[in-house]
Design a protein around this ligand. Sequence first.
Ligand SMILES: *Cc1c(COP(=O)(O)O)cnc(C)c1O
Length: 420
Amino acid sequence: MSQPYPTPTLRAIDGALMLENVALQEIAARCGTPTYVYSRAALTSAFEAYQRALAGRRALVCYAVKANSNLGVLSVFARLGAGFDIVSGGELARVLAAGGDAGKVVFSGVGKSRAEMRRAIEAGIRCFNVESAAELERLDEVAGQLGRKAPIALRVNPDVDPKTHPYISTGLKSNKFGVAFDDAFALYRRASQLPNLRVSGVACHIGSQLLDPAPMAEAAQKVLGLVDKLAAEGIALDHIDLGGGLGIRYRDENPPAVADYLAPLLAVFAGRREELCFEPGRSLVGNAGLLLTRIEYLKPGADRNFAIVDAAMNDLARPALYDAYHEVVAVRARDVPARRYEIVGPICESGDFLAHDRSLAVADGDLLAILSAGAYGMTMSSNYNTRGRAAEVIVDGDRIHLVRERETVDSLYALEKPLA
Ligand SMILES: *Cc1c(COP(=O)(O)O)cnc(C)c1O
């Protein structure tokens, strides 16, 4: 039987949804709602798919922390030997607090501050993925002040043809990420002359939710050309970082298996000695997590019916922000006629919706699971409308680990004060 849900460890038993061996109903009873729930087995199998596909090669999988930065999630990956791709000093602190190895951290992002550079050099990270000429100069200066040599890769923009791959968003000339491919050679020369930098690798990341390996393989080919040109110039790189971006199934997408996605890339680098790095985010956590929410009110209408739930756009922003689709399923089957509902939250914005026009057989007070919410869910949440952030739970077999407590209202204004 094919898995009916995008989450591999979710199943219905006697009409009740279970994640691994835990009933979602029990999590709601113990921890309340809304609550993000992640499956350790699903996190682990997603990571192991990368490890298996890369077996026998020098390779490092650096989980992109911004997809889901909960310490519990990070600790699962740290124990599996993962590296981490960070985009801020805050994410570095999280990785270290979760037991991650600084020596396997790569630091991406267009706006690294001096303080962030300092912390990362002191921690001994694996590599800075530098995104501009100005950043190169600043990093050299900061490293010099610390008496250290900072390892760098340039994040290049392979400018993969948008006509052949219309969905690519970050690998084009016209965006803020990376350095133009044609400028990279001169910048590597400059970097190799700066006394406090060690030229270590090259990086690229062309986009997100990619469902076809072709554009990445095209980018990899271009990057390889640059690596060879640099070697001819006496600049030898020890690693090639191909970024993240593999997509997942939210609705009816059909993403390639990790091995099939990586195969054409590995073919490009067959027989090469450089270490290959990858920075997957969404594909490691997206379908390992769901958002558990309770229906506060059913509100039938002439035009449409609303199911008003206790989760909202502040908890899961993707539908409001990107018109993203998430599957919504009732946690317990109920013997009432199905109706079509708009699934909305309590926030005072008409854009506060989680799903449109879904057929559900539910009553007031029922629980819903919003699927594929493990990536860019909690990390993009806010306190809009003075709503505390959701709790977070990791399910492991038949155990429930509360890995983030629900925020209390007083904690939301603890840093504020009325005028004296
Ligand atoms: C966001 C990001 C990733 C992860 O992307 P996914 O689509 O979640 O795999 C990897 N690398 C960089 C530089 C990023 O900005």
